[in-house]
Design a protein around this ligand. Structure first.
Ligand code: PMP
Length: 347
């Protein structure tokens, strides 16, 4: 979201780490794969969130897998937003706990489903900050209040929202003023931080135990020195410089107003993920290919990930896009959109 993959400080940090510590760690965090940099990065996340505990994982996928399967076991319940990422579903399955889902972004349905759970104090509720396909934001304040009332634990995956939302860029829970109402925040290094890996922060001491008990944390090699160093640098840059976030939001406003003015049907929420509705799968594939040929890459979303008549082209935007590039993209969207009858003819 911020173009940090090519930031000179990020690249230099990665190069220096390879030169000093080698290409890989050749081991698990629980054995020989914990270097000073892994601990430093964990401390940096704990400091950023003002939480006592942080844990980093080799991928963002493993952060959810490792947290959920490490916290829950047979006899517990896990209640997830229906549109949760695969890593959340897979973590729930790996845990052996009973898995339930509540309607997407529906606090009312969460409250209803929580009432049916025998021991809500043994229930982990999981939601996301920013949903990766629809580009919509979770109603975290309401969800957190419902969990608190029922005595359930609340975990939020801020994979797409870390860096993007909140006064300090900590995500949607910070934006909605409910960081204290979230028991576990997870996230990834692969979006705002331009690397590979994932993190979790929490005020619960249970997080310390997961260094020993979470299988997706223990039974895999730790992040490479270059990767950890690049993420450390990216986090430092993001925390020190708010202008990137401002630029990202300016870009979001430019592209949303441009697409809307052209007549495209786009997602309702203002976020860096802008899904465009393109009709049937055939229409989606033809439009996707034409856009690609013209130089615009989008992600295609086909059934069962969407309704058969409401396939999507998922677009996402970065602070590194220039206004000129966005205008050029809008010109291409206009031409291809008219050719494929997604928007009407020019007036
Ligand atoms: N959570 C969400 C919501 C995601 O969208 C993703 C990746 N698309 C992940 C977790 C996993 O992150 P990573 O790809 O960095 O492993």
């Amino acid at each position: 979201y911020f173009g940090l993959s090519f930031h000179p400080e990020v690249i230099t940090a990665a190069q220096a780490a390879v030169a000093q510590e080698g290409a890989g760690t050749t081991g698990s965090r629980a054995a020989n794969g914990t270097y000073a940099a892994h601990r430093r990065l964990e401390q940096a996340f704990a400091d950023a969130y003002g939480k006592p505990h942080a844990l980093i994982f080799t991928t963002g996928y493993q952060a959810n897998l490792g947290m959920i399967s490490g916290l829950c076991a047979a006899g517990d319940s896990i209640l997830v937003d229906l549109e949760s990422h695969a890593s959340i579903y897979d973590g729930a399955r790996l845990s052996g706990a009973q898995l339930y889902a509540f309607k997407h972004n529906s606090p009312a349905d969460l409250a209803k489903k929580l009432k049916r759970i025998e021991q809500p104090s043994n229930c982990l509720v999981v939601a996301e900050g920013l949903y990766s396909i629809g580009g919509d934001v979770g109603p975290l304040a309401e969800l957190s209040a419902i969990c608190k009332e029922a005595g359930a634990c609340f975990m939020v995956d801020e994979a797409h929202s870390f860096g993007v939302y909140g006064p300090r860029g900590l995500g949607c829970a910070e934006e909605q003023g409910v960081l204290d109402g979230v028991d576990f925040v997870t996230g990834t290094f692969s979006k705002a931080l331009a690397g590979i890996g994932g993190f979790c922060v929490s005020h619960h001491d249970a997080l310390r135990l997961l260094h020993f008990t979470s299988r997706p944390y223990v039974f895999t090699a730790s992040g490479s020195p270059a990767n950890i160093a690049s993420v450390e640098a990216a986090l430092r840059i993001l925390r020190a410089d708010r202008t990137r976030r401002e630029q990202l939001w300016a870009n979001v406003r430019q592209i949303r107003s441009g697409l809307t003015a052209l007549g495209f049907r786009i997602g309702a929420t203002e976020s860096p993920i802008v899904p465009i509705e393109v009709g049937t799968a055939d229409q989606a594939m033809a439009t996707w290919a034409a856009l690609l040929d013209a130089g615009v890459y989008t992600n295609i979303v086909l059934p069962p990930a969407c309704r058969a008549d409401a396939c999507l082209l998922r677009t996402s935007f970065s602070a590194a896009h220039t206004p000129e590039q966005l205008d050029e993209a809008l010109g291409i969207f206009e031409r291809i959109g008219r050719e494929h009858a997604l928007i009407g003819a020019a007036a």
